[in-house]
Design a protein around this ligand. Structure first.
Ligand SMILES: *Cc1c(COP(=O)(O)O)cnc(C)c1O
Length: 351
């Protein structure tokens, strides 16, 4: 019977999400979440229509996000997290031998979603500075239809050069769409590529409420793109993707006070990151701290596996990057609360 499952699924290596990896944690620094829940958003939820199907694309959320991102309402699609956005784009653009191209080390879902849909992938690794290798991408222009780039990049934490992304948009015009994954852009919002939506109709941007907005559990993301792309994606998204409670929480998070609260948390997170970087730089076991503009840092240790295991045993769960391209001995650490960061440093000092 198991043979009935299609080949691409039988052989699939699924995404190892932070939750699936498990661990007996008291301190969770492995999924780049905000360490505190925005419970204040739950105060005024009016949940008296749960018997009705939700609005397919809740207008109030669209309007609020359009305001926040400074785009038009017809340039937005709400998705179940950024991850659904990734899959929808591949489903809408690729078939048979039309490849997805991505640039490792980067986010794992570009490959997993492609594999799931039986779409071939091609990789052009980032340069030693974790930037796009445009010359190598250009050599492969005929081979792909969708290219995923991630800025700020996960797991390295750096921004891609904006000029490079613009060059990429130029060289792929009429040939491929460029998907810029901006899951972490709220930590450095001036660096968004969003203004280019009006210059390039092959640009697609992925956003999420899971990181800076501290709402990973409500599964709310956004695709920003030109109207013709949004309309095409609307044809293939599930009929009622956004549950009403999630839409209400999202709307509240995107109100003026919600955005202010998010920005306050971003400031605290970035301060805590600076503190953590300083402390780490004093440790003998640390080889290199990669500069990050996001809410996590990539750290190279002298013996990454040993450090990871020791933290794990103490209930401090980080993200091992040892299998990622060129990231031997590297661990990605999400910025936690003051207390969590201190516990992490104390554990590393004892190592
Ligand atoms: C977290 C993340 C996402 C999407 O997360 P969702 O929770 O599905 O919104 C997308 N891209 C990157 C690079 C991420 O780190």
């Amino acid at each position: 019977m198991q043979k009935l499952i299609k080949k691409s699924v039988q052989t699939l290596t699924p995404y190892q999400s932070a939750r699936k990896i498990g661990g007996n944690g008291t301190i969770w620094l492995n999924a780049n979440e905000c360490p505190l829940s925005p419970n204040e958003l739950l105060n005024h939820l009016n949940l008296d229509n749960l018997n009705r199907y939700p609005e397919p694309q809740p207008q109030s959320v669209i309007t609020a996000y359009a305001n926040y991102a400074k785009v038009n309402a017809n340039q937005i699609l709400i998705t179940r997290g950024g991850d659904e956005g990734i899959e929808l784009i591949i489903r809408a653009f690729c078939e048979n031998d039309e490849c997805v191209l991505y640039c490792p080390p980067t986010y794992g879902m570009y490959k997993v979603s492609s594999d799931t849909l039986n779409i071939n992938t091609k990789t052009v690794p980032l340069t030693a500075e974790f930037q796009l290798n445009l010359a190598e991408i250009e050599k492969n222009l005929d081979k792909f239809k969708v290219i995923f780039v991630c800025s700020p990049n996960n797991p390295t934490g750096n921004l891609l050069n904006k000029d490079d992304i613009i060059q990429l948009l130029d060289m792929t015009k009429n040939k491929a769409v460029v998907v810029v994954d901006e899951a972490y852009i709220d930590f450095c919002v001036d660096n968004s590529i969003v203004d280019e939506l009006n210059h390039f109709d092959n640009l697609i941007i992925i956003r999420t409420l899971s990181k800076a907005f501290a709402l990973a559990s409500i599964r709310c993301g956004f695709i920003l793109a030109n109207e013709w792309i949004i309309q095409s994606l609307q044809k293939i998204i599930a009929p009622y993707p956004i549950p009403t409670p999630c839409a209400l929480i999202a709307e509240s998070a995107l109100s003026d006070t919600g955005i202010q609260a998010m920005q306050d948390k971003v400031t605290i997170t970035l301060d805590n990151k600076t503190w953590l970087e300083n402390e780490l730089s004093n440790l003998e076991i640390v080889q290199n701290i990669y500069p990050s503009v996001a809410n996590f840092i990539l750290v190279e240790f002298k013996d990454g596996q040993a450090v990871f295991d020791t933290l794990w045993e103490q209930g401090i769960i980080a993200r091992n990057q040892h299998t990622a391209l060129n990231l031997a001995n590297c661990i990605r650490i999400s910025i936690g609360t003051d207390k969590e960061n201190l516990a992490l440093i104390n554990a590393l000092k004892k190592f």
